[in-house]
Design a protein around this ligand. Structure first.
Ligand SMILES: Nc1nc2c(ncn2[C@@H]2O[C@H](COP(=O)(O)OP(=O)(O)OP(=O)(O)O)[C@@H](O)[C@H]2O)c(=O)[nH]1
Ligand SMILES: [Mg+2]
Length: 358
């Protein structure tokens, strides 16, 4: 399962975000380094398409897609040199597939620390870039030497050089001008800034009423790099503790609809190039995760390895076309179900049935 790491300064609201997603379990407290060891949780990615398919099929169970998230302790200035609990936290960031910056924009006298999200972003980015600079510095001469006898390493060394130049300017790789190929060559180095990023600006109730001025500078700063979402994490963490009816009422009172978390999770999911196909029937309707560009057998393998090994063909239809038809049988009668072979590239929103033989 894909894993997101929450990264930010102390008291930004990372553990509160964890609690909002996991329904509790992490210590959220108004002092720095409240989090010492990472909290790991799983969140369901809600999807109205799945709900509609389940209703159509009268499914007894509904299984949404899920992502994993890790609440990591707060970074401080100097973390890359071991300040705070820097080294421990930086190594936890290495393991995640994508980084969610939690940037504080809520003001509260009882919670120490700055509440300018741009300041949060700058400090954190510099620390990550410095840590990466350190890694690249330690590797680059070794690789250069190796490249003298192995010409196939030339491109990797060039990528390391380009990474060095960017990081040396304090520019994280995700917003450098390194191309996709160069970034792929750097994958074996597990660099902290060679990952996709997303920013969550933690607003207070006042900010929630008029978020644009607080989000705009962060949006401008991360332009073209990662999505920026505003949320009042505290409010969402409190709402999740309530029974569904009251939760709904509370979020509605703030004009939040379903709350910010579903949108946040969907963005996170998309950020990683993750897409969804569905299976639906009386027993179960389920959302399955696949990577953008996957072929039908690979997608089938998400359900069971036998489906991939013995793949014969896929029967498929887009979710909304199926809904309009009213059932799989009717869709088949109308000739709307397509038969696809092993080269079919699965599309987000496909409803699939696989034929296989092992
Ligand atoms: N008023 C307000 N307080 C918040 C909000 N989000 C978090 N807090 C409070 O701020 C304090 C710090 O929140 P945490 O979630 O523990 O912060 P953290 O980022 O995990 O901090 P570290 O683990 O120390 O890095 C807690 O007392 C929270 O209750 C918010 O949106 N509004
Ligand atoms: Mg914490």
């Amino acid at each position: 399962m894909e894993k997101f790491g929450f990264v930010g300064l102390p008291n930004a609201g990372k553990s509160s975000l964890y609690n909002a997603l996991a329904g509790g379990g992490a210590l959220a407290a108004p002092y720095a380094f409240a989090t010492k060891d990472p909290n790991v949780g799983v969140a369901k990615v809600s999807d109205h398409r799945l709900d509609q398919l389940a209703a159509m099929s009268n499914s007894r169970s509904v299984v949404p897609a899920a992502v994993q998230f890790v609440d990591i302790g707060g970074l401080v200035e100097g973390a890359s040199k071991g300040e705070g609990l820097g080294n421990r936290f930086l190594s936890a960031i290495r393991e995640v597939d994508a980084v969610v910056f939690v940037l504080r924009a809520f003001a509260h006298t009882d919670v120490p620390g700055p509440c300018d999200p741009l300041e949060h972003l700058r400090v954190v980015e510099i620390e990550l870039a410095l840590a990466d600079l350190d890694t690249v510095e330690r590797q680059i001469e070794k690789r250069r030497k190796a490249a003298r006898s192995d010409r196939s390493l030339a491109a990797e060394v060039a990528a390391l050089d380009a990474a060095y130049a960017s990081l040396d300017q304090g520019t994280p790789l995700y917003r450098s001008d390194l191309g996709e190929e160069e970034r792929a060559l750097l994958a074996p180095y597990f660099l902290l800034t060679n990952k996709p990023v997303l920013a969550l600006v933690n607003l207070d109730e006042e900010g929630l009423a008029d978020p644009e001025p607080l989000l705009a500078p962060v949006v401008a700063e991360l332009a073209g790099t990662g999505e920026v979402i505003g949320a009042c994490v505290q409010l969402e963490a409190e709402a999740v503790q309530l029974p569904p009816e009251e939760r709904h009422e509370m979020l509605e009172a703030f004009g939040l609809g379903e709350g910010a978390l579903p949108r946040f999770l969907r963005s996170a999911y998309h950020l990683l190039g993750l897409r969804t196909f569905f299976t639906t029937g009386e027993k179960e309707s389920r959302a399955w995760t696949f990577r953008l560009g996957s072929k039908a057998p690979e997608a089938a393998g998400r359900i069971h390895t036998d489906f991939e090994r013995g793949f014969i063909r896929a029967e498929t239809i887009q979710w909304d076309v199926l809904l309009k038809a009213g059932s799989w049988a009717k869709a088949r009668d109308l000739g709307l179900i397509r038969i696809e072979g092993k080269d079919y590239e699965v599309v987000d929103g496909d409803v699939m049935e696989f034929r296989f033989n092992v």
